[in-house]
Design a protein around this ligand. Structure first.
Ligand code: NAP
Length: 307
């Protein structure tokens, strides 16, 4: 792959920012990577790991002369970062983000983008429950989807360039409106995280089952919830504050369906339970068929026998 950008600025060097650095290095997508993180500790770690060719204590310093700027900070921090960098952006630069919510990001970032700068929001549907500069790896985006939500007046050439960049990182790319993105992700990502956080919290609050029993006898289902609930609390707080309407809509539907399940259990309606479980199982099969999950038992992890 030929170098696509002379200078790329990564604002935020956590899981996503450091993974982008690794894949850009591997594919030689940038001559120079400029990096910025908020804390001295992250900047120091980024230096040790060689995540950037130059490290900057301010976002404005990192974006100077950059052809591509990728904002990799929590959604709630994007408005302030955009305000800080606006005046320093090079005319013709592409600015994108990786935030898990899109409409609120456009609301917060777009007003700070000067004319001649191409702001094209994005979201790689790829992640783990890890965070920080040491958690990234070059394969994170491989064969995963990256959703771009261009604005109605986005320059088609800039959109195409960003699409090519994500494909070079290993992703498949899809375009949709920010509103549609937020609705889809509310059910596929945001609601599952909310349920996981709540399930783990409910178990932790039980009075008749001690915490040590919850840990000792944690069956596969609960352990999978704890993995999801180990995700970064700042990131997820910001997701729920910024995708409120779509999450509340999906939560309403979920609560109705949960009530129906509750009723089926109460009345011993095995047919309804079976029909729903069978339908749900077929969804997992289609995710595996689409290459987005492994068919191996226990998600391909080494499995200890369970009692
Ligand atoms: P992360 O590992 O926690 O890293 C966040 C980075 O942002 C760190 O470098 C942090 O700097 C910096 N930062 C935090 N608050 C800041 C602020 N107020 N001003 C400036 N910099 C700040 O997070 P991540 O998982 O990479 O997530 C980054 C973005 O990617 C989020 O918008 C998230 O929604 C999105 N995303 C995440 C995933 C996922 O699974 N994790 C998947 C797709 C998209 P310090 O370390 O110095 O504090």
């Amino acid at each position: 792959m030929t170098v696509m950008f002379e200078r790329v600025a990564l604002i935020g060097l956590g899981l996503i920012g450091s993974s982008l650095s690794h894949v850009m290095r591997r594919e030689r997508l940038a001559h120079h990577i400029a990096g910025h993180a908020r804390s001295a500790a992250t900047l120091e770690k980024a230096g040790e790991l060689g995540l950037a060719d130059s490290l900057h204590s301010t976002a404005a310093g990192a974006v100077t002369n950059a052809d591509l700027v990728i904002l990799c900070v929590p959604v709630g921090a994007l408005g302030a970062v955009a305000q800080e960098i606006g005046a320093m952006l090079k005319p013709g630069a592409i600015v994108t983000d990786v935030g898990s919510v899109k409409a609120a990001v456009i609301r917060d970032v777009a007003p700070h983008m000067p004319p001649g700068v191409h702001f094209i929001p994005g979201h790689p549907i790829a992640g783990t429950e890890q965070s920080g500069p040491a958690s990234g790896f070059a394969e994170l985006f491989q064969n995963r989807w990256c959703i771009l939500t261009p604005l109605p007046d986005s320059d088609p050439l800039a959109v195409r360039t960003l699409e090519d960049f994500w494909r070079a990182c290993g992703s498949n790319v899809e375009m949709m409106s920010a509103e549609h993105h937020d609705l889809v992700l509310a059910i596929t990502s945001h609601l599952p995280h909310l349920i996981a956080y709540n399930t783990v919290a409910t178990a932790a609050d039980l009075e008749k089952v001690t915490n040590s029993e919850v840990i000792k006898y944690s069956a596969g289902g609960f352990r999978d919830f704890t993995r999801i609930a180990a995700s970064d609390p700042v990131m997820w707080r910001d997701v729920f504050l910024n995708n409120r309407d779509a999450v509340l809509e999906m939560l309403g539907r979920f609560s109705e369906d949960l009530s129906a399940l509750q009723r089926a259990i109460r009345w011993g309606d095995g047919d309804s339970l079976y029909a729903l479980f069978d339908r749900a199982r077929s969804i997992r099969k289609s995710i595996i068929a689409a290459g987005q999950e492994t068919p191996l038992p226990n998600f391909g992890r080494n499995q200890k026998p369970e009692g």
